[in-house]
Design a protein around this ligand. Structure first.
Ligand SMILES: C[S@@+](CC[C@H](N)C(=O)[O-])C[C@H]1O[C@@H](n2cnc3c(N)ncnc32)[C@H](O)[C@@H]1O
Length: 213
């Protein structure tokens, strides 16, 4: 099924690209994660009933609608482009008519990802290259601070991961790779998901080491 047809099933419009008009170098353009990639993610990553997903740079909301519809999970999308955000809200209005039976909330917030206050229940964070690594670092540090305060295991799902994100996570954070999910048929090596996890125990172990020293 084509991308437009899959949009239609959900009652949304997410196909297309939107460039930033005013040369904002740190913010990347809008482009949705392909449905075939989302399908592979859904089949290979175990979403749990207790998960709460945040899509940083959610665009018109495709990932949020897809996961909400498939797994009935609470999802929040953060978007900094006002037009794109409005489109996500328009999508939500139609989608909600079709998905009345799903109790879990689906929310969109207008604003910068780096200013989003991480909810203590958020535990699964999605990124499809929304912004520069400088902003990515701020967002990841916000997540780490939240986890330190409200202990829990959290995952980062990176689609089409860029080296700068990976280098930062591998060298400067306690996140470790738990899975790599390739999108079959993709000719591009970057067409994959990398899942990074920070386990709840990490901070306890770090505290124990500190006490022992
Ligand atoms: C590549 S698109 C990904 C869209 C969606 N996550 C998906 O996978 O279908 C990146 C989105 O991030 C948004 N964005 C860029 N910088 C942002 C920021 N600092 N805070 C929030 N959103 C941002 C862009 O406007 C764009 O819609």
């Amino acid at each position: 099924m084509g991308e437009r047809k899959q949009d239609k099933v959900l009652g949304i419009r997410t196909v297309g690209i939107r460039e930033w008009t005013n040369n904002i170098i740190h913010y990347n353009r809008y482009e949705a994660t392909p449905y075939k990639a989302l399908k592979v993610l859904a089949e290979n990553y175990k979403f749990r009933d207790t998960d709460r997903v945040v899509d940083f740079g959610c665009g018109r909301g495709r990932v949020a609608f897809y996961l909400h519809n498939r797994f009935h999970l609470p999802v929040t999308g953060i978007e900094a482009n006002d037009k794109t955000y409005e489109e996500a809200l328009e999508n939500k209005a139609i989608y909600r008519l079709k998905a009345k039976h799903i109790i879990a909330p689906i929310k969109f917030k207008y604003g910068l990802a780096q200013h989003y206050k991480i909810d203590k229940r958020d535990n699964c964070f999605y990124f499809f290259n929304p912004f520069s690594v400088q902003i990515f670092k701020k967002v990841v540090y916000n997540i780490m601070r939240s986890v330190e305060e409200y202990r829990r295991t959290v995952d980062l799902i990176l689609y089409y991961p860029i080296c700068e994100y990976k280098d930062f996570l591998n060298t400067s954070t306690p996140f470790t790779i738990i899975n790599k999910i390739r999108v079959p048929g993709g000719s591009d090596i970057k067409e994959k998901f990398i899942i990074y996890r920070l386990k709840e125990e990490f901070f306890d172990e770090a505290e124990d080491i500190e006490l022992a020293n």
